[in-house]
Design a protein around this ligand. Structure first.
Ligand SMILES: N[C@@H](CCC(=O)N[C@@H](CS)C(=O)NCC(=O)O)C(=O)O
Length: 205
């Protein structure tokens, strides 16, 4: 298999990068630097018209959306057990990842890219405050899910890769998240993993 992950350091493609390493996949990383608008280039837009990362190409076929990429990695490398074996738990893992992608990540985006969502500058503080309140409400639920647990399931899964990025991005946004103690502990445990250390050390070109 010829696999390439299109990734921007610090972006949500971090979660796919971590899972590919956890799976022991042989893959290339192509940097699409969002800070220099590489994702808007004609070349990248032709590849992925959504103009987003992550994007995964395997043997000339392309896949977008973190949930689908995580699912594909888990199915392609079953020995890595990146999804739980039990059918209900497997569906719950997809539910968690759908939640991270559509129920949590967008609040962070609205907070740091407010001008993309609203043209009325004096409304920005209100939008940011509401985005923060919605983010905190969702994180309190994750904190409950993670109580007395090391990982989201009884072993490491793709949910852990994905939530690492979500919580870490919220930390980098400068939110005071110390009340989410279980999320914090999860972040600490994730930082001990070789996969996470390798991704965090991977520099933009
Ligand atoms: N629904 C997509 C969201 C992907 C996404 O929003 N990626 C961001 C980086 S975290 C991006 O590429 N943003 C480019 C932009 O629109 O500025 C997924 O879950 O993969």
């Amino acid at each position: 298999m010829d696999i390439t992950l299109y990734h921007s350091p610090g972006a949500c493609s971090t979660a796919s990068f971590i899972s590919l390493l956890e799976a022991g996949a042989d893959f290339e990383v192509e940097i699409v630097n969002l800070k220099t608008d590489d994702h808007l280039s004609a070349e990248y837009s032709a590849l992925n018209p959504k103009q987003k990362v992550p994007y995964l190409v395997c043997d000339a076929k392309g896949l977008s959306e973190t949930v689908a990429i995580q699912y594909w990695i888990a199915e392609t490398y079953p020995e890595a057990r990146l999804l739980p074996a039990d059918r209900w738990d497997r569906a719950t893992a997809i539910s968690h990842m759908g939640w991270f992608g559509s129920g949590i990540h967008p609040h962070i985006t609205r907070h740091f890219k407010t001008a993309k969502f609203c043209g009325v500058a004096n409304a920005f503080p209100d939008i940011k405050e509401k985005a923060k309140a919605m983010l905190f409400q969702q994180l309190s639920i994750v904190d409950e899910v993670l109580s007395d647990r090391i990982w989201f399931f009884d072993h490491y899964t793709a949910c852990d890769s994905y939530f690492f990025w979500v919580f870490d991005r919220a930390l980098r946004e400068g939110f005071a998240l110390e009340n989410f103690k279980n999320c914090y502990s999860h972040n600490d445990r994730m930082r001990e993993r070789a996969s996470v250390q390798k991704v965090l050390a991977h520099k933009a070109v």
